[in-house]
Design a protein around this ligand. Structure first.
Ligand code: UD1
Ligand code: CA
Length: 463
């Protein structure tokens, strides 16, 4: 039997008080609606329909191809939103999951269990419910004396007695597709908000003698619907806990999970140790046996095995096996470090390749450069890559030694096994095995320090 999904993502999210459309607000680095679509992909839905409205273009641009979109031009409620998929979906036989774009924490396992229960019970509808300690704002589940679901009443339509009910509607449902659209046709907007509520479908089905079920999950936080920034922070915390847990289960040591921020798509190898205060973002991949942190931020970067990165920032960088970075290094886009490299304190690398076993140990800038293997870049040596208009390339061959405080004024090439004397300003190419010195010759003036001191003292006393 075919499985469909409808994601409701047309609302503006007024309570967020934001210029950004609600479902695009990130939770652990990923827009909420992205989490929802990921979850649906995990359970292999045949076709997913996203109802877009506010920020339709932005939402569609973010989610991209592979999904189908229905436009809800005016937002008249969740039932009205589902109805916008009528042309695409109503005629099809199968099962349909309806889920809100603002519930990023719903798990694939939960949907799977709901589907199983739904089919086993041959239900027309199965609602995901949860007992919320603070149910304010959610729709309440009204059951009859036998415990069967009768209907859902929205917060704004609740009687005082109904408001005391703690079992809430998570906004996630499984429906028999044909019965869903039959019931939707009967939904009216005679309620406190003047909207067409999807939740009314359940009462309509029940009244028609259909089997309406609830799946009561014991994971309270899973059902958080993010309506404002307070709930956004709560969802963030819960998602973070969940991500950290999954890495720990996979063999990653996290010293202080409360202060470790790992985005959803990050991959980390076993026996890697994460020290406190780190953020791993985007599509970052970290190998095995690494020690990362403390206080390190790595975004969209690839880190090999056995790497140490201390108090540093990496953005779109690549780090080879057994390499050491930091403390206080900054690897910017296009930084590619080989194996066994050492990047020390206050070193910045941008758009530069650094070969195996090379060392840039202190206070350097390496930009727009290709540095070979076994090169030593002395303290304070820099590439001078920018003339105010264009960027120029520096090349340093294998086994070369760049002395401390050298300026390599690009474009320039230093050959293999060359030697550049400390303090040099290099403007011409240096051939293989040559030694280059480019600095003013030193002159010592005998006893002149004493003479100068006396002169200055005399001048001071006069004035
Ligand atoms: C909804 C449910 C409530 C449930 C809660 C769970 C209804 C009437 N209420 O309330 O029972 O407890 O979710 O989080 O369904 N949307 C549209 N078009 C619209 C209106 C909403 O696409 O016209 C989308 C929103 O973008 C959002 C989702 O539907 O992603 C839910 O809408 P929202 O306004 O947040 O509903 P709640 O008041 O939270
Ligand atoms: Ca909501």
């Amino acid at each position: 039997m075919s499985l469909y999904a409808v994601v409701l993502a047309a609302g503006q999210g007024k309570r967020m008080k934001s210029k950004l459309y609600k479902v695009l607000h990130p939770v652990c680095g990923k827009p909420m609606v992205g989490h929802v679509v990921d979850t649906l992909n995990e359970i292999k839905v045949d076709r997913t329909f996203v109802v877009v409205g506010h920020g339709a273009e932005a939402v569609q641009q973010y989610l991209g191809e592979g999904l189908e979109y229905a436009l809800q031009a005016v937002q008249q409620g969740t039932g009205h939103a589902v109805l916008q998929t009528k042309e695409l979906l109503a005629g099809l036989a199968g099962t349909t999951i309806v889920i809100c774009g603002d519930t990023p924490l719903v798990k694939a396992e939960t949907l799977q269990t709901m589907l199983e229960q739904h089919h086993a019970e041959q239900a027309a509808a199965t609602i995901l419910t949860v007992d919320m300690p603070n149910p304010a704002g959610y729709g309440r589940i009204i059951r009859d004396e036998a415990g069967h679901v009768l209907k859902i009443v929205e917060q704004k339509d609740c009687t005082p007695a109904e408001a005391l009910i703690s079992e809430i509607n998570s906004g996630t449902y499984v429906f028999d597709n044909a019965k869903l659209f039959a019931a939707l046709a009967e939904v009216k907007n005679d309620n406190a908000q003047g909207e067409y509520y999807l939740t009314d479908v359940l009462h309509i089905m029940k009244s028609a003698g259909e089997n309406v079920q609830a799946y009561l999950s014991d994971d309270v936080k899973e059902s958080i619907g993010v309506n404002d920034r307070v709930l956004l922070a709560e969802a963030e915390r819960y998602m973070r806990e969940r991500i950290n847990l999954s890495h720990m289960v996979n063999g990653v040591t996290i010293i202080d999970p409360e202060h470790t921020y790992i985005e959803k798509d990050v991959k980390i190898g076993a026996d890697t140790v994460l020290l406190p205060g780190i953020m791993l973002r985007g599509e970052t991949v970290i190998g095995e046996d690494c020690v990362i942190g403390p206080e390190t931020e790595i975004t969209n970067s690839k880190v090999g095995n056995g790497v140490e990165i201390q108090k540093s920032v990496l953005l779109e960088a690549e780090v080879g096996d057994e390499t050491h970075v930091g403390p206080f290094a900054y690897l910017r886009p296009g930084a590619k470090l080989g194996k066994g490299v050492k990047i020390g304190d206050f070193v910045e690398v941008k758009n530069a390749t650094i070969g195996d076993n090379s060392k840039v140990s202190h206070l350097s800038y390496v930009g727009d450069a290709t540095i070979g293997s076994d090169v030593n870049f002395g303290c304070g040596a820099i590439t001078v890559n920018y003339d105010g208009f264009n960027k120029h390339k520096t090349e340093v061959g294998d086994g070369s030694f760049i002395g401390s405080n050298v300026n390599l004024i690009a474009p320039v090439r230093i050959g293999n096994r060359s030697f550049v004397v400390a303090g040099s300003t290099i403007t011409h190419n240096v051939n293989d095995n040559d030694l280059a010195i480019g600095r003013v010759r030193q002159e010592n003036k005998e006893g002149y320090a004493e003479k100068m001191r006396n002169k200055l003292i005399a001048r001071k006393n006069k004035s």
